[in-house]
Design a protein around this ligand. Sequence first.
Ligand SMILES: Cc1cc2nc3c(=O)[nH]c(=O)nc-3n(C[C@H](O)[C@H](O)[C@H](O)COP(=O)(O)OP(=O)(O)OC[C@H]3O[C@@H](n4cnc5c(N)ncnc54)[C@H](O)[C@@H]3O)c2cc1C
Length: 337
Amino acid sequence: MPQTSLQIPDRVDVLIVGAGPAGLAAGRRIVDAGATVLIVDARARIGNPPRCGELARDNFMEVFGFDPEPDWVRWRIAELGNMPVLNRSATESGAARILSRRGASVAEGCALMGLGEYDGVGRTARLRSSHGSMEVYARLVIAADGAPSRVARLAGIDTLISPLETVSCLAYRIIDTTLENANNIRFEFPPVLNPHYFWVIPSGPSEANVGLGVPAHRGHAARPLLDRLMDETGALTGGKRIQTIVGWYPSTLPLETPFVDGLLVTGTAARLIDAELGEGLWQAAFSGAAAGETYVDVGERGTSAQELASYRDRVDRLYGPLRHGYAKRRKREARSG
Ligand SMILES: Cc1cc2nc3c(=O)[nH]c(=O)nc-3n(C[C@H](O)[C@H](O)[C@H](O)COP(=O)(O)OP(=O)(O)OC[C@H]3O[C@@H](n4cnc5c(N)ncnc54)[C@H](O)[C@@H]3O)c2cc1C
């Protein structure tokens, strides 16, 4: 993977911040159209560590825009129409490698720290890596940096989220376990987690991702709760915990206007995640692809907010279901007091 500051161009058509599913799906469309792209990710290794249950919709890869390599999918859930359980690490590092081979500059361990005003054509971004600070000028910046998007905030979009509007998660990756059923997931709403849930996602015949979402305002200690629920469900017996995953996502409504002059916000950075189900991979790929397609369509003409406005229409079909999920969750919360 190319990753040195020496390979960072000082001018590109599009700067993508974040090499998760949203940023990579955007990159795919833009690179394929022949524009110059720089993708930066703050993580030392793209895709690592994955903070996810890794369960994706069956058409995820199609929407993502890549032909999966054999190690991108760990397992398929037979009783859910062969839904893939991804290996996000392999998927994201593999997709970044493909984009790099197709001409994109990709920099790991490189974070966006500052963003200049739109000057009518583009913006200057300040990046930092272990090699020092550098500036890059981009006609368009795509904020694919997860929530709360610092990049969008630097461009003047209010992305602050109250802790009460987040879901904190704790999960384990477990191997060498005996699963009650490796061909289906468990997804339950036990009263003790109300309005959140507990999941067991098999990732092989004898391995699984097991976790729960704990509403921030409940203050339950997540670890003993997860241990207890694992014992009580009987979904799996024994095994070795090889990874503890701690993460969170927003449970509030998506950004109403996920664009300003010279900048599009995509994926979880735009809060495009179904907090009812904890599902954000598909939404990230879908909205990332939409961001990329928006640039391909209008980028030659310009990247003012007016030019970029069609992005909102492209992602519009995400908003209805996400609003519905939000309302359902709020109802469940109200019932639980
Ligand atoms: C515990 C847990 C389990 C989940 N399980 C599932 C599941 O099973 N199925 C599902 O569909 N969804 C799941 N989700 C949600 C899913 O992980 C996210 O919705 C998805 O990762 C969003 O993709 P993204 O590309 O928008 O952002 P991300 O995947 O969060 O990627 C953002 C990237 O931006 C980088 N970045 C951030 N700031 C900067 C910066 N300033 N400069 C450079 N880079 C930066 C980060 O390093 C990161 O790599 C889960 C979430 C959690 C927390």
